[in-house]
Design a protein. Structure first.
Length: 484
């Protein structure tokens, strides 16, 4: 699926580090990148170390300030799923910043395209790394249930992290009232992309509610400025259908709310339940099955590639634009750049927050969490560093990164107006955050190509191969079978 863990620029294993560091190939899947210790101390770095120790480590005795004692020397092993050039460079920027403050702690990182299998093998064999960077919270919860993850309540200032991160984000890594991971990076999916020139030509306003979004849809369908209000494409090779699941997830967050959404993802609330099926029928069906609302009509949705469907909003209003609206994540901007390199954010395209339906302003997205699997004091220090807004500044400057500390993060560091805008939405316009449901469900159910999976059943439904009742019942049947 195209989510944070499989977004453009990721997935290709590199055999050498473009920053000149030595790279050792362990086998055909894994890399260990050894970051040399930085020995040069500067006065500014020394002051930053003292400040960080005071804030993140209290008085250093670990006996009442809520944080465990760290260390300023040692080795920390880290396992993660980053293998693409951009992500590896981003992670390296975090490690380099850490080594500027703690030059005598060596980070031994290992990235794998087969991350989940490798993580399960290592943990199951009692050979867990000190830190695992999780691309989604499902595996983290599995390891919590096995009792192998270290709670962070005595490692970081949980209250401070909760106050500084996106609202509700820590819920995803909190089990039995204890925090088990700190967020490192986010992406945002709850966005509607549009052409400002189209809005100006039609006198359209940014909708603040779902009702206003539907009024805008109806107005665009009635006007001659665009061919249809929406461009929707779900074709994605073996992953065809994930775009439909993203729409449903955003709708459910806005109708049943985050807590019931969690129950649905966990298989405790059926796809065919009145709450879930009713929301799909009321808010998705009227758009997706109305040929006046979708460019090319319903039959085009499964044929249209997700990466090119956004280009329908681009161009001058008098040039026969395909559509006026496109719901998609932040990463779709890379496809705009590829297909229309001269298009400029803010002039030729822009986005707004997908409006709420009921109370609350939830956000759907993806991201990475850092969890601790040892009692290594140096690993405590690394986790404490990751639990600060400053840890991600280098990655933010490179691009492809949104800080989970959006309410306090220095957005001027981002290299683009679009990243700053997305950060503002996370900081100011949303009050809860949840991960992509299809990626968090058991893989066979949420994101596989077998009959009964969320992807496949939604594709079959929109293609007209079966009705919605049958599609949702088939997913429920598979989930029950997988759950035993």
């Amino acid at each position: 699926p195209v989510n944070l863990a499989a977004s453009p620029g990721q997935g290709e294993e590199q055999a050498s580090d473009r920053c000149g560091r030595s790279v050792e190939r362990v086998d055909d899947r894994e890399l260990i990148v050894r970051i040399p210790r930085l020995r040069a101390w500067r006065l500014v770095a020394a002051v930053m170390v003292l400040a960080m120790v005071a804030v993140a480590c209290g008085d250093g005795d670990g006996d009442g300030d809520g944080e465990a004692t760290g260390a300023d020397s040692g080795e920390v092993t880290v396992l993660h799923a980053f293998t693409g050039d951009e992500d590896v460079a981003g992670l390296n920027s975090i490690i380099e910043a850490f080594n500027e403050e703690f030059p005598d702690i060596e980070i031994l990182q290992e990235g794998s395209n087969d991350f989940e299998s490798l993580a399960r093998t290592r943990v199951g064999a009692g050979n867990a790394p000190d830190v695992i960077l999780h691309p989604q919270p499902g595996l983290l919860e599995d390891f919590f249930n096995q009792g192998v993850v270290t709670p962070l309540d005595e490692v970081v200032d949980v209250d401070r992290v909760a106050e500084e991160t996106v609202g509700g984000l820590l819920d995803l890594a909190t089990f039995d009232d204890s925090l088990y991971a700190v967020p490192m990076r986010l992406s945002l999916k709850s966005l509607v992309w549009y052409n400002p020139q189209t809005f100006e030509a039609g006198g359209y306003e940014i909708p603040e509610t779902w009702d206003e979004l539907m009024e805008l849809t109806e107005a665009m369908a009635a006007d001659d400025i665009v061919n249809a209000p929406w461009c929707i494409g779900i074709e994605s090779g073996d992953a065809t259908g994930w775009v439909a699941t993203d729409w449903i997830e955003d709708i459910l967050l806005r109708t049943i709310g985050p807590e019931e959404y969690d129950r649905w993802v966990a298989g405790e609330l059926a796809f065919s339940s009145p709450e879930v099926q009713g929301a799909i029928e009321e808010y998705m069906v009227p758009i997706w099955t109305n040929d006046d609302y979708v460019f090319g009509g319903q039959e085009q949705i499964a044929r249209e590639a997700f990466g090119t469907s956004v280009t329908g909003i681009l161009g001058a209003p008098d040039s026969g634009l395909e559509c006026g609206l496109h719901r998609q994540a932040t990463f779709i901007e890379s496809f705009i750049a590829e297909n229309a390199p001269d298009a400029e954010f803010g002039t030729d395209y822009d986005f707004f927050y997908l409006p709420p339906i009921e109370d609350g302003r939830p956000a759907l997205g993806a991201g990475d969490f850092a969890a601790l699997y040892s009692d290594n004091p140096a690993a405590n220090t690394f986790i404490q560093f990751l639990a600060t807004p400053e840890a991600g500044e280098g990655w933010a400057a490179l691009g492809g990164y949104l800080s989970p500390f959006a309410p306090v993060f220095d957005a001027s560091i981002y290299p683009s107006d679009s990243a700053r805008r997305a950060s503002d939405i996370l900081a100011e316009e949303t009050d809860s955050f949840r991960f992509d449901g299809s990626d968090t469900m058991p893989g066979d159910v949420g994101s596989s190509s077998q009959s009964g999976s969320f992807w496949i059943e939604m594709t079959d439904w929109i293609q007209g191969n079966q009705d919605l009742d049958t599609a949702l019942a088939d997913i429920d049947a598979l989930y029950e079978e997988i759950s035993g």
